[in-house]
Design a protein around this ligand. Structure first.
Ligand code: SF4
Ligand code: SF4
Length: 336
């Protein structure tokens, strides 16, 4: 339709003011590439990576165009034609070491039909989320496994590499271990499991905690708190009420809303491999989000995603406390 409604919602376009950055421009570039009207130049292909896959454009699109799915598919087609050393390294190292950080994969723990999957970003860069989640799960289940020895495959999907063989191996591992229910904290892992691992029940921790809220004994916390909706959780999985209800279960906590909330959330700049190729733009998006938080005069900014948590926490420095909801709940849980 080329209506341009997506221009009002794209966080990248708001920074660059360049038509090539927004969904309409990206899709026109992609069409021209596919029809051979323009050469696959570095400039044209880089447009495909100048995207956080936040899907704010899709939410605004009257034609229902699923932009991030098209971007992922386009990246897959053109990835090998573009020199993006960091992206290439991430793909190679994910295949070689089993994770996009090049770390040695830790062993999994326990064997049970219910398992917690922390995911690579959490277990290698935000271990405090994993520890908090395991403590909270201990209030709900007597026995559960923790699966740490493989990556869900999201980096391969995001960067445009072939993922089918990688995910097939993981599915076989889950089947061998008899895992029927997988509990996930990371929105990226959550969506990857839901879309590419049929036969496994995938549950986000926020939903599980809400279903079992009577098992929590949360201590009061007199603080002004806001919640940053991760794009892949709010828009990608319709999970935005659950974290708010959990936060409101903490007595004396005053929950304030940011300017962009729930399905209208705005990207903090951490998604879609965006910080790797565009670190400055990524930081600008994060700072804008922090400005929204500061305008509400909150003391703590929460979120429910290891990537948003790490990105916002790094940018906030000493100015504002940033916490994952999992961490805050574990801190307030009187039984722990
Ligand atoms: S992607 Fe959707 S909102 Fe953007 S120009 Fe095309 S039809 Fe309009
Ligand atoms: S997915 Fe997000 S960053 Fe990418 S074009 Fe759409 S609104 Fe812009």
């Amino acid at each position: 339709m080329r209506c341009g409604f997506c221009r009002a919602s794209c966080p990248v376009f708001k920074e660059t003011k360049n038509e090539g950055s927004v969904a309409r421009g990206k899709l026109q570039t992609l069409l021209a590439l596919l029809e051979g009207e323009i050469p696959a130049s570095e400039k044209a292909l880089l447009r495909l990576f100048e995207c956080t896959t936040c899907d704010a454009c899709s939410a605004a699109c009257p034609a229902g165009v699923e932009v991030s799915s098209l971007i992922e598919e386009a990246r897959r087609r053109y990835f090998s034609k573009l020199e993006l050393p960091l992206h290439e390294w991430k793909v190679e190292i994910t295949r070689e070491m089993g994770n996009p950080f090049g770390e040695v994969m830790p062993a999994s723990e326990g064997e049970a039909s219910i398992a917690y999957f922390p995911g690579c970003t959490t277990q290698f860069r935000a271990k405090e989320i994993e520890e908090a989640a395991i403590k909270l799960l201990g209030l709900i289940y007597e026995d559960f496994a923790v699966i740490r020895d493989f990556c869900c495959g999201a980096p391969l999907l995001t960067f445009g590499s072939a993922w089918e063989d990688f995910i097939a191996q993981n599915r076989a591992k889950l089947e061998e271990r008899g895992v029927e229910k997988l509990i996930v904290t990371c929105p990226g892992c959550y969506n990857t499991f839901r879309r590419h691992y049929p036969g496994v029940e995938v549950v986000h921790l926020s939903r599980l905690l809400l279903e079992n809220i009577e098992k929590l004994s949360l201590s009061p916390l007199a603080a002004r708190v806001a919640y940053h909706d991760p794009c892949h959780l709010a828009r990608g999985a319709d999970i935005y009420q659950e974290p708010r209800t959990l936060l409101k279960a903490i007595q004396q906590l005053e929950l304030r809303e940011l300017k962009h909330t729930k399905r209208q959330t705005i990207c903090c700049g951490a998604g879609g491999g965006f910080p790797l190729a565009f670190p400055e733009l990524s930081a600008s998006l994060g700072k804008k989000r922090l400005e929204e938080a500061k305008a509400t005069k909150v003391e703590i900014l929460t979120t429910f995603c290891p990537s948003c948590y790490l990105h916002l926490k790094t940018l906030a420095g000493e100015d504002l406390r940033v916490k994952d909801v999992t961490i805050l709940l574990a801190e307030q849980e009187a039984k722990l």
